[in-house]
Structure formats: structure tokens, C-alpha cells
Design a protein around this ligand. Structure first.
Ligand SMILES: C[S@@+](CC[C@H](N)C(=O)[O-])C[C@H]1O[C@@H](n2cnc3c(N)ncnc32)[C@H](O)[C@@H]1O
Length: 254
């Protein structure tokens, strides 16, 4: 289990949620406590689970995803970080009930925003993601005390430099670009790279409208200027239309 660095003072820089909704996208007034299974992570992060055995993997903004529980069961040394970790398990279970109902109602009402490539139907996606949340809740209840689930808020993470072999972050950066400004995105990327010894993978690279994050070219230039390379990699996955790629970041070799 990685050693925790002293918790830094954290200021979460966000922009207020806009009063107008995106014209043609998901309405995300707050960051949902909504999570996916390891099988979905494998698809949208193009993961090789055999190669990850015995490796230290960090899932940032992990929410109620079962990635960490399932990865640990496969002898991958996974740790999950989320601002809500540290809350009682009953609070997290209640948040899951609230956010899953809201999200699936909205998804069904906005069918045209989805592609049935990775799931055959909304019912299949809902069953899979509710099962993932249940698995997370049971694992959190058992393993929070052992440091598998850590409270933390981007753009500051409570880990030493280069702690993890792989750092993952799904459905926070870019997805919630209406809530987090450009500087926050840049600082978050730099922080994810700081705690990684190798790759950082971010998915998706589009916002709630399914279009690529408009600040991406500038972000990639600014990261290159501080010695961080970036690559957009297409993945064999699509449910939310447009969410079919990841951004891979790596500290340039010195
Ligand atoms: C939509 S969930 C994504 C869960 C998981 N990564 C997945 O893809 O299934 C987004 C998560 O980001 C967390 N979050 C919100 N603000 C954050 C921040 N500043 N730093 C890290 N996580 C944050 C929320 O608590 C929520 O659990």
C-alpha cells in the first residue's frame, strides 16, 4: 500500500455552474457520484490486466466505481481517491441511490446522445453500473480502514511523487468543463503526472455535449512547455456519443 504524503491545504477552484444548460448535451449541474465496473475501465482505458498484476494503480475521482475492488481481487495494487471518501458508507450508499436515479432518468430521456456499442440497452448499462456500485459499497465498508480508499480533491493529491505505475482518471476532467475552469484542468493534469511514475490516462476527452474539450490544444501545448507529453488515443468503446478516446500523459524523459 503506498505511503500517504501529508495532506496539503486544498482549494478547489471551480467556476459556478451556468444557469443555462448546454444546448445539446447532458445536464450536469453537479458532479455525480456515479461509477463503472472494471470491465468498462478495461475498454475505455485499453488496460492490459495481466500486465498490471503486482503494479500500483491509482484511480482518481473514482466515485462508486468497482474498478479498485475488482482490480485488488486480481492482485493489482489499486488505490482509489475521491472527495467523498471518508464519509460513512450509509451516506455513500444514499448518494448512489440519488445520483443513479437522476442519471438514468436523464440518459433515457436523451437517447440520441448514446451509442449502443458497449451496452445493448440502457437496462443493461444500468444493471451493470448498479452492480458496480454495490460491489464498491461492500469493498469500501471493508477496506476503507486499510487505506484502499483515500479522501482527496484535485488538483492536490495526498501522495508522494511517482508513487504509482499507472494513474487513471475517468469522467471528471473535460466531462465537467462547465464547472472547472482551464487553470484547474492544467493544474489537475500536472498533479496526476506528479504522482505517476509512468502513464496517466484520462477518459473521455469530450464534454457533456460530446464534443472534444475546446481547451485541449492549449492544454497540450501548456503541458508540453512543462515537459509533459500528451497523446490522444482512440479506444474500442463508446456509450455516450463522442466518448471514444483517452488522453495519455507522460513526463518527458530528461
Ligand atoms: C462521474 S464520477 C466518475 C467515477 C469513475 N471515475 C467512473 O468513471 O466511473 C466523478 C467523481 O469525481 C469526484 N470529484 C468531484 N470533484 C472532484 C475533484 N476536485 N477531485 C477529485 N474528484 C472529484 C466525485 O465525487 C465523483 O465521485
Amino acid at each position: 500500500m503506498p505511503t500517504l504524503a501529508p495532506a496539503p491545504a486544498v482549494t478547489q477552484r471551480t467556476v459556478p455552474a451556468p444557469s443555462t444548460r448546454p444546448a445539446a448535451g447532458l445536464d450536469l449541474p453537479s458532479v455525480a457520484f456515479f461509477g463503472r465496473s472494471l470491465a468498462e475501465y478495461v475498454q475505455f482505458f485499453a488496460l492490459d490486466l495481466v500486465a498490471l498484476k503486482g503494479r500500483d494503480v491509482l484511480d482518481v475521482a473514482a466515485g462508486p466505481s468497482s474498478f479498485t475492488a475488482e482490480a485488488c481481487a486480481r492482485r493489482i495494487d489499486a488505490v482509489a481517491v475521491d472527495p467523498l471518501y471518508g464519509s460513512p458508507v450509509t451516506t455513500l450508499a444514499a448518494q448512489v441511490q440519488l445520483d443513479y436515479a437522476r442519471m438514468f432518468d436523464q440518459m433515457r430521456a436523451k437517447r440520441r446522445l448514446f451509442r449502443f456499442r458497449s451496452f445493448p440497452s440502457f437496462d443493461a448499462a444500468e444493471a451493470d453500473r448498479r452492480a458496480a456500485a454495490q460491489r464498491f459499497i461492500a469493498d469500501y465498508d471493508t477496506h476503507f480502514a486499510h487505506g484502499r480508499y483515500v479522501g482527496g480533491v484535485l488538483p492536490r493529491l495526498p501522495f508522494f511523487d511517482g508513487t504509482f505505475d499507472l494513474v487513471l482518471c475517468a469522467h471528471l476532467l473535460f466531462t465537467y468543463a462547465q464547472r472547472f475552469d482551464y487553470d484547474w484542468h492544467l493544474a489537475a493534469c500536472r498533479e496526476l503526472v506528479r504522482v505517476s511514475a509512468n502513464d496517466v490516462r484520462l477518459h473521455p476527452i469530450c464534454g457533456a455535449d460530446g464534443k472534444p474539450y475546446p481547451g485541449l490544444p492549449r492544454l497540450r501545448r501548456d503541458l508540453a512547455a512543462v515537459g509533459i507529453s500528451s497523446q490522444i488515443v482512440g479506444v474500442d468503446y463508446e456509450f455516450f456519443a463522442g466518448a471514444n478516446a483517452m488522453l495519455v500523459l507522460r513526463r518527458a524523459q530528461t
